[in-house]
Design a protein around this ligand. Structure first.
Ligand code: RTP
Ligand code: MG
Length: 139
């Protein structure tokens, strides 16, 4: 069954010129890009998006990082795209992420307080619906 997921190209991905590379990998896998927008995240959007992490040690640097420059919000669709994009992205920690994944091939996190791992992908249908409403409220 076709489903939708919310992908973010985080500020490190935009700054490093990797928007095209990341979108290419999503398309090459056979998923469709339904919406795509370059934007500067507002604080209320980030607070809602990362509500589950509030209070954790990495939360303040995570919010600073996500505010540090523009990001790209994407709605991607296709069969199994929620789990499928998480597979394309790889493990959260760029050093542990397998070669062949976006994070394994491209992400760098050395010397920072928070993992700069290039992308976010929704982790469940409930998260996808919640996150799509945050970044694309009109859809
Ligand atoms: P995401 O939500 O961004 O798709 O990543 P995820 O599910 O793989 O990771 P999650 O546990 O939800 O953490 C959200 C983001 O917080 C940053 N983080 N840094 N100890 C650290 O340095 C650390 N832990 C988490 C990462 O940017 C992670 O993607
Ligand atoms: Mg997560």
């Amino acid at each position: 069954m076709s489903e939708r997921t919310l992908v973010l190209v985080k500020p490190d991905g935009v700054e490093r010129g990797l928007i095209g590379e990341i979108v290419s990998r999503i398309e090459a896998k056979g998923y469709a890009i339904e919406r795509l927008e370059l934007l500067k995240a507002r604080n209320d959007q980030l607070a809602a998006h990362y509500a589950e992490h509030e209070g954790k040690p990495f939360y303040p640097p995570l919010i600073d990082f996500m505010c540090s420059g523009p990001l790209v919000a994407i709605i991607a669709s296709g069969e199994g795209v929620i789990a499928g994009f998480r597979s394309l992205a790889g493990a959260t920690d760029p050093t542990a992420a397998a070669p062949g994944t976006i994070r394994g091939d491209l992400a760098r996190d050395w010397g920072t307080k928070v993992q700069k791992n290039l992308v976010h992908g929704s982790d469940s249908p409930e998260s996808a619906a919640r996150e799509i409403a945050i970044w694309f409220p009109e859809s």
